[in-house]
Design a protein around this ligand. Structure first.
Ligand code: NAD
Ligand code: DAU
Length: 370
């Protein structure tokens, strides 16, 4: 088991990063054994919200939790952080993460996902290299990636760790490039690197541009529910805490140089998922007639122009991480959806705050009002 003492978390103010830090500090439903320090490096783009970690900052700020605002591509800053906090572990979540945005403006994806990852890897290599050029077993760079690097499946089959890369959007191409760089740093320089490719996450603190939080927010505001194309694209959904427990298992026990697929084993066509979500939201709204409310929400489903190059189906075979590291999903889809809807119902301020800014403006500018 690795010691994992001074951990640099990049992108710790985004959806998965916030949940990861909360998980490590025992604020989720599972509390891992973690006694070390976290340094959260985040540029606070439109997708980052540091207020999501207010309680952690109040309780652990200055002792076990530190926030550094900045760009992962800023080499001098990253070097200073490695020195100042004596970083022994990096877990790299920071990214531009939204496929639609990558189609409309790929440049930021190349800068952050490709060049930013390169900078982090290169600084880790210089900081951790011993005088004989080797690395100790107490350092680790864990790179967080996506199943989208594998491309699109037909009606059958699964992505495994040996599936050939076939990225098809600027987002997935930039993530694929960063995965290759991470593994190249392992093979060429011996840097201890682990890599995970995960399916679609959902849960609290997700920016409401992604399918599930967008639909919940629109339902609560009585807005149309935009479904791309025929609504039959399939995604494999995983509750965010299950992703984070998998990342933690890899960091503790995963073998350097290995890739681990993480997934929900939980495939849903988008339209079927939306109908399920409508039932959950209707049941939790204060209406006397949830069935009638669900019918009203269904009437707002609007089929819109498809996403260009829209991958048809993703499905993950995660038997390797289950067999090798003993990880498994803990939250069923219905439970996860209920927790997520409860969270969005009790955190309207968070949603309004983040939505009133860039996201709402960006959606309206690029897709019209919806
Ligand atoms: P997100 O967009 O919610 O958060 C990204 C965070 O990175 C934000 O806080 C943002 O401010 C920060 N960031 C962006 N550019 C930066 C830069 N140049 N320097 C420093 N910080 C920067 O993303 P997410 O959904 O939390 O995804 C986290 C990671 O997990 C990404 O690498 C993504 O590719 C991967 N992933 C996401 C999913 C998913 O379903 N959301 C699934 C599999 C893998
Ligand atoms: O598979 C992992 C990936 O999952 C991550 O790497 C990405 O960071 C994350 O954003 C997510 O990518 P998707 O493109 O699958 O997620 P998104 O929520 O954007 O869309 C999910 C599905 O819903 C997809 O088939 C497109 C569709 N969709 C999405 C939106 C936003 C709609 O039909 N309507 C919408 O308004």
């Amino acid at each position: 088991m690795r010691k994992l003492t001074n951990i640099l978390v990049t992108g710790g103010a985004g959806f998965i990063g916030v949940n990861f830090i909360r998980f490590l500090f025992g604020q989720g439903t599972v509390a891992p054994e973690f006694k070390g320090r976290i340094v959260n490096l985040d540029a606070i783009t439109y997708a980052g919200n540091i207020a999501s970690l207010k309680e952690i900052d109040e309780k652990f700020g200055g002792t076990r939790y530190f926030f550094e605002k900045g760009d992962i591509g800023n080499r001098a800053l990253v070097e200073a952080i490695f020195r100042k906090y004596d970083i022994d572990t990096a877990v790299h979540f920071a990214a531009e993460s939204h496929v639609d945005r990558s189609i409309l403006g790929p440049e930021a994806f190349i800068k952050t996902n490709v060049l930013g990852t390169f900078t982090l890897l290169d600084v880790a290599r210089s900081a951790w290299k011993k005088s004989d050029g080797s690395f100790g077993s107490d350092v680790l760079f864990h790179h967080v990636s996506t199943d989208e690097v594998y491309g699109s499946l037909g009606e059958t089959g699964y992505f495994t760790e040996t599936t050939a890369y076939d990225p098809r959007s600027p987002y997935s191409a930039s993530k694929a490039a960063s995965d290759h760089l991470a593994m190249a740093y392992h093979h060429t320089y011996g840097l201890p690197v682990t890599l995970s490719n995960c399916s679609n996450n959902y849960g609290p603190y997700q920016f409401p541009e992604k399918l599930i939080p967008l639909m919940i927010s629109n339902m609560l505001e009585g807005k149309p529910l935009p479904v791309y194309g025929d609504g039959k694209n399939v995604r494999d959904w995983l509750y965010v805490e299950d992703h984070n427990s998998a990342v933690w298992a890899i960091m503790e026990k995963g073998r350097a140089g290995e890739t681990y697929n993480i997934g929900g084993e939980n495939e849903w066509e988008n339209i079927r998922l939306l109908n399920e979500l409508i039932d959950v939201v209707a049941a939790k709204s204060n209406s006397d007639a949830p069935a009638a409310q669900a019918v009203a929400m269904r009437s707002t489903i609007t089929y819109v122009k498809d996403r260009p190059g829209h991958d048809r189906r993703y499905a993950i075979d995660c038997s390797k991480i289950k067999a090798e590291l003993g990880w498994k999903q803990a939250v069923s889809f219905r439970q996860g959806l209920e927790r997520t809807v409860d969270w969005y119902l009790s955190n309207k301020e968070w949603v309004n705050g983040i939505r009133s800014g860039d996201c709402r403006r960006w959606i309206e500018e690029n897709y019209g009002k919806r």
